[in-house]
Design a protein around this ligand. Sequence first.
Ligand SMILES: Nc1nc2c(ncn2[C@@H]2O[C@H](COP(=O)(O)OP(=O)(O)OP(=O)(O)O)[C@@H](O)[C@H]2O)c(=O)[nH]1
Ligand SMILES: [Mg+2]
Length: 728
Amino acid sequence: MQDPSSLSQTDIVNNLNPKEAARLDKLRNIGIAAHIDSGKTTATERVLYYTGRIKSIHEVRGKDSVGAKMDSMDLEREKGITIQSAATFCDWVKVDREKGTEEKYHINLIDTPGHIDFTIEVERALRVLDGAVMILCAVSGVQSQTQTVDRQMRRYNVPRISFINKMDRMGANPFRVCDMINKKLRIPAAMIQVPIGAEDDFKGVVDIVRMKAIYNTGEKGETIVESDEIPADVKQVAEERRKMLIETLADVDDEIAEMFLDEQEPTIPQIKAAIRRATISLKFSPVMLGSALADKSVQPMLDGVCDYLPNPSEVENVALDKRRKEAPVKMVSYQELPFVGLAFKLEESNFGQLTYIRVYQGTIKKGQVVYNARTDKKVKIPRIVRMHSNEMEEVNEIHAGEICAVFGVDCASGDTFTDGTLGYTMTSMFVPDAVISLSIKPKQTKDTPNFSKAMSRFQREDPTFRVHVDTESQETIISGMGELHLDIYVERMRREYNVDCIVGQPQVAYRETIQSRVPFDHILKKQTGGAGDYARVVGWMEPTGQIADNHFEQQITGGTISEKYLLACEKGFYASCDKGPLLGHRVLGASMVINDGATHMTDSSEMSFRNATQQAFRKAFLAAQPQVLEPLMKTTITAPNEFQGNIVGLLNKRNAVISDTEIGPEDFTLYADCSLNSMFGFSTQLRAATQGKGEFSMEFSHYSPAPMQLQKELIAKHEKYQAERNKK
Ligand SMILES: Nc1nc2c(ncn2[C@@H]2O[C@H](COP(=O)(O)OP(=O)(O)OP(=O)(O)O)[C@@H](O)[C@H]2O)c(=O)[nH]1
Ligand SMILES: [Mg+2]
């Protein structure tokens, strides 16, 4: 076969074996992602019901206390929020009423959490999915996490349908929301449906491509009724919006642009094909609408998924070939090619570790031996299953383009598996930094084994949850994305492992950096009988210019320090960066160059060079105008307009910088940069200041120098603590 990297995606699709093409054509891997509480799980519940995967509908925080299928964890059901993404699959029979045909699509679907503390779940879902449904609230429109999810979709080039949910709510205004998608997310978007009625009176939608009114009937809206008769009061809007749709398409699609210039009216299939092309090429997002809770217009959204989101062969996926200097190679979803898959999520289950794999090419079979590209180890695949939230269905093989889970495979999240003939690795996903930490220990020592088990499991499953033992205090420190993130793990420890824990106050994850260049010439010399200790390192430290990774470099000429010892210096440097001299927090943006030194014939060792480097680091760092950095959080607060004054007051007290305010008909939204440190206890105060009606969310933005006073306090506190420890 020709080198796939020289082929365009269209060529790849055109060259598919017809049987494969037919299989892939009817396959969709999609994610549902959106701001918290917009109705992702509620909508997914409908999808499962209408496709026959579940026999009845249960609501998120519903009165029947069963809870939605995809929120399978007790904690999710109690809190009414999704914490872990859940994968499922279903078959959707799309009815083409014009042609009178039926087509069956297989849809793999991942429902993701909206709360920012669990953002890694969205990140890894979008990493492996081919398309997404972005849900928006008909009243609130584009919200803070909508923007986060938008960035994540862009990061992995995920085409999307926008679905405006909650059309039954007071104040629902899909036209405004569509406008917000265009303006705030800066993606050309146009409605392909308009509502029939709104709020309590929301009856259904008009598909403006085909000019059909669509209604749901039956107890749970399970039956779709289409009509040519468009209610008189909707007709004009429908026609206007159809014009707008074609105009927007003309901006992003050449074929429609030409017809538009020639004043030709595109046909229905032409419009649909253009929507599909433009959506897949990330130039456009079709906007649909409905109400999941009121069981309205979810089925047309599924039709939209089939019509406008790509099948796996239409998406470009690239691996790096380790045998050819990491040259990029295109994945081709042909079944007969060697197997390549990406483990994107791990989960502990009663039967051992469950690993979710997206198969990019080839086939994975039960009993097959696969290679882990990171560790170069072979593993046998004992069982393959398809996941349905927390239940599973056993299968013998899974083909290119699909998602499955395997049992008993030891690996880390983000590992690539191949059949062993290829040296490919897939680029992994973006893992955000932790901003908050706390000390934790089991109340009773007898619980220590379970405590350790839980810690190691949570860490394996969630790359944003980190655990380390502080070398000085010997305390176990957990760190993560926010207070809720850590609370959830403490609570899960209690429920799932029967371990009650004592936790310390949440601490901000500060960082340390330097601001100037300082040379060093450091000698470590010890003579205590027997073999001594000797190392001399000469060089300088300076800021890298970016508050990001640290940098080590050696510029030794003449072999004054051997390669082996230089390696020890490098290790010493990175060990020092893990525990900064000011507060013991991580160092960012520091660079060290060693350009000279001396070695003793008998007394030098790797240990002496490592220690010498660490001592030199400490001295130079403290002389280089060191600085404590604190995490600044992008904070979004929404509350009824009457509370605006109260909230601005609260924020001023916290030295927040307000960057934007939006005033809606009832609610206002305020965007501000706040230091994480100043936001502890904010949720309680916000509740008090808004009669419980205010909401806020925080997302890490960047590190910035902490106020001088705070830096001094922190350093003094750390010094005092160190002194006390040394006395003991
Ligand atoms: N009025 C109205 N409420 C809805 C609709 N869809 C969902 N809700 C309600 O909104 C709340 C949140 O719904 P979920 O489905 O849990 O939202 P989610 O997006 O999955 O939330 P997270 O996973 O926590 O981000 C629940 O109380 C739902 O009943 C809708 O169409 N109309
Ligand atoms: Mg949910």
